[in-house]
Ligand binder design. Sequence first.
Ligand code: AMP
Length: 545
Amino acid sequence: MYGQMMQQPLLISTLLVHAERHHGEREIVSRRVEGDIHRYTYKDLAARSRRMAKALAALGVKTSDRVATLAWNGYRHMELYYAVSGAGAVLHTVNPRLHPSQIVYIADHAEDQVLFFDLTFLPLIQAVANSTKTIKAFVAMTDRAHMPAADVASKIPNLLCYEELIEAQDDHYEWPSFDENTASSLCYTSGTTGNPKGVLYSHRSTVLHAYAAALPDALNCSARDVILPVVPMFHVNAWSLPYVGCMTGAKLVYPGAGLDGKSLYELFESEGVTLSAGVPTVWQGLLGYVEANDLKFSTMKRTVIGGSACPPAMIRTFGERFGVHVLHAWGMTEMSPLGTACTFKPKHLTQTQEERYAVMAKQGRAIFGVDMKIVDANGKELPWGSETSGDLYVRGPWILSSYYRDEGGDPLVDGWFPTGDVARIDADGYMQITDRSKDVIKSGGEWIGSIDLENIAMAHPAVAMAACIAAKHPKWDERPLLVVMKKPGAEVTKEELLAFFEGKIAKWWTPDDVVFVDAIPLGATGKMQKNKLRDQFKDYNLPTA
Ligand code: AMP
C-alpha cells in the first residue's frame, strides 16, 4: 500500500519561489567586482533569475546542457544558480584558482556550452577561450559600461554582456517541472592526484542536503540570520548556503573578491552578519586583521569552519577573545558537502569549558541522512569509543554513487563511499579526522596522525601555519617532519617547538625535526598541499636517521 500524499518533485526552483513569496523583501547584499556594494531583495533575485532562464533558452541552452561559471560569491552568480538549474540545465561551477590547462580540461570534459565569468577572470578567459572545444558563448557578468575594451573583446569568441542578456527579456516565466533526480549542478574535485573528477548533484540531493544543512544541529540557519558565505560558490555550492538562504529567508551577504581581513571585517560590521562559513586559512587572515587593529565583532555569533581541520587554538581565540562560537564541520565535494557538524549533546552543557573545547576540536556528529563507519585495512568495521582510527566510509542520499561520465570506475565498496579520510569515532558518535589516508605517517607500522601534530604546533604563539609530513627513516620507515611558517616578526627555535609537544602526545609521536619555510603551498580551495611539501622534502635527512 502506498501513502496517499502529493507527489511533488524536490526542485531547486521551488526554493526560489518560496523565498519570493515569503521573504520577498529580505536583502541580498554583494560586494561587486565593479567596486561598489550592491543590494537588492529576494524578490529581485527571483525576477532576474526568470529573465536569465529565458536568456539561456534564447542562447540555445537546453535541458541537461552544462553551463559554466568562473565567478566570486555575488548576486549574479546566485541568479545563475537558480536560472540554470531551475530551467533544467546543469550549473558547472569552475574553480578559478586552477591552472588554465586544468580549466580547459574540465570545460571540455563537462562539454560546457556557455561560460559566465566575473571581470576579475578576464585574463583567464583570454588564456582559455580559444582552446576550449564546446563553449559557444562567453558572458561577462557585468553591464555594458564595464565590458572589456574592443581589442580584448575581439579575441574572445562570441563575448556577451550579462546585463544586456537580462534586459532583453521580461520576467514572465514558469519554472518547468521534471523528475527530481535530474542533474542540477556539477563540481570537480580538487584532484591532487590525476585529473579532477566531476561530481554531479541532482535536484533531489541538493534540496535534501539544504534541509539538513539548515537544521539546528547542523548550520542552524533561520530567517533571523544574516549569513556571509566566505566559502566560495565555486567550491561545492558554497556549502549549500545559496540554497539555505532561499529556504530560510536569511539575509545573504556576498563578499565578492574581497576576501582579505579588512574587507571581510567591514562587511561583517556594516551588514550585521550573524553567521559565516569558510576554511581555516581565511579565518587566519581575518583574525590577524582584527587582532592587529584591536577590533571586536559586534553582531557575529557563530562561524562554521571546515574544509580542513580547524586548529583548536583558533576555536579558542574565536571563543575567548571574540565571543564567536566555532562550529567545526566536515564534508567533501562527493558529499554535497556536509557530513558531520560538531554541536553539543545535553551532557556537554554541564561540562567545564576545557572539556567542551576538547569536543569542539572534533569534526562532529553525523547529520541525519549521513551514515558513517570506520573500517580496518581488511574492510572490517571498527568499534566506536576506542582510540583506534580507521578508514572512514559514508553513505546517504546526497553522497555520490559514481563520478561524472563514470570516470575512475565504481567508487563504492558494498554500497559505501570510502572518503579517503582516516578517523576515530568516540562513544557518543563524534568523529575526529586524524589524517587523509595518503598523508598518514607510518612509523614502525603504527600510524601517527599528522593533524594532531599540526594542531599542537599551531597553538604555539609564534606559528602561523604548520604541516606535518612523513620523512624517510632507515629504521622506522617514516617519521614526522614538522614544516613551519612563522607569524610575521615572531621568533621560535626548533628546540622550543619540540619542547612544546611534551606532555601533549605520546613521546614517540614527537616530530623528529622542524624546518622553517617562508610559505606553505595552498591549493585551489585553501588547503595545505602536503603532496608538494613531500616532494620538496623527499630527500630530507632526518637528524635521527
Ligand atoms: P573537498 O572535496 O575539496 O571539499 O575536500 C574534502 C576533504 O577535505 C575531506 O575528505 C577531508 O580530507 C578534508 N576536510 C574537510 N573538512 C575537514 C575538517 N573539518 N577537518 C579535517 N579535514 C577536513
